[in-house]
Design a protein around this ligand. Structure first.
Ligand code: NDP
Ligand code: 8X3
Length: 248
């Protein structure tokens, strides 16, 4: 049986690129997200390239939906906890609490629900690998980003603690923490304002979803005795949340 990879948030960006890349690396893919049509297109693309892809449509914010969708999976060798978003970019006194709920419920609680459903399967199987997609925002709080940064700080803490929890089970935990990646992320953050989203990447060659997929493929292909705990990736023109060199 080929290795089984479960990737959340595979309808777009990093998750979609990871699904395509891991299928090319020989994994059978289970791709998830809320947009069924996007998942169907991804499945067709992976199958056309000779891979195997199953799709599951659910919202990671609902524990009931997560359990209903994922409990039937017999085996998961690799879980990529990628589904997530930023919503809004403003000072905390002006923040929209609906945006805050969306970020905490998706980035933190959604990741936990998925992880809680899958880990017993890995423990029973005697091993596995969890890759959590964190962010540079997980260690660098920045102005206007309090709640998104808090959610990614939580992912950073959860990743470190779960690595300790899962040591004896032989399950690897890797956190990948990108800087600027051009996906639908900024369009989602600015509630569909594409012009504002485009300005985020002006004068910069950002990372692409495929670059993060490259890193995921590398960490999951390492020998059994070797784990990457934490991997920070940025465009060459970025040195941190506050440092970006933009070409005129
Ligand atoms: P995209 O917006 O392109 O993709 C986000 C994915 O998450 C989509 O597939 C979306 O699927 C899924 N998703 C969002 N909310 C839910 C939900 N409630 N239930 C299920 N799936 C959901 O952004 P990215 O690819 O950039 O983001 C992927 C991850 O990378 C996120 O965790 C983000 O925080 C992180 N990240 C992104 C960076 C960037 O600069 N782009 C940098 C650092 C980290 P659907 O809408 O179909 O449900
Ligand atoms: C996404 C990167 O810098 O917008 O996590 O927070 S940033």
């Amino acid at each position: 049986m080929k290795k089984q990879a479960l990737i959340t948030g595979a309808t777009s960006g990093i998750g979609r690129a990871a699904a395509i890349r891991l299928a090319a690396e020989g994994y059978d893919i289970t791709a998830t997200g809320r947009r069924a049509e996007r998942l169907a297109t991804l499945r067709t693309e992976i199958e056309a390239a000779g891979g195997r892809c199953t799709t599951l449509v659910f919202d990671v914010r609902s524990e009931a939906e997560v359990r209903r969708a994922l409990e039937p999976l017999e085996r998961v060798d690799l879980l990529v906890n990628n589904a997530g978003l930023a919503a809004g970019l403003e000072h905390i006194d002006c923040g929209d609490t609906a945006d805050w709920d969306a970020m905490i419920d998706t980035n933190v609680k959604g990741l936990l629900y998925v992880t809680r459903t899958i880990l017993p399967k890995m423990v029973a199987a005697g091993g596995g690998h969890v890759v959590n997609i964190g962010s540079i925002a997980g260690t660098e709080p920045y102005e206007n980003g309090a709640v998104y940064c808090a959610s990614k700080h939580a992912v950073h803490a959860i990743s470190q603690a779960m690595r300790a929890d899962l040591l004896a089970a032989g399950i690897k935990v890797t956190e990948i923490r990108p800087g600027m990646v051009e996906t639908e992320f900024s369009e989602v953050r600015f509630h569909g304002d594409k012009a504002r989203a485009d300005r985020v990447y002006e004068g910069v060659e950002p990372l692409r979803g495929e670059d993060i997929a490259e890193a995921i493929a590398w960490v999951v292909g390492l020998p059994p005795h070797m784990n990457v705990n934490d991997l920070v990736l940025m465009p060459t023109q970025q040195a941190g949340a506050y440092y970006t060199h933009r070409k005129k």
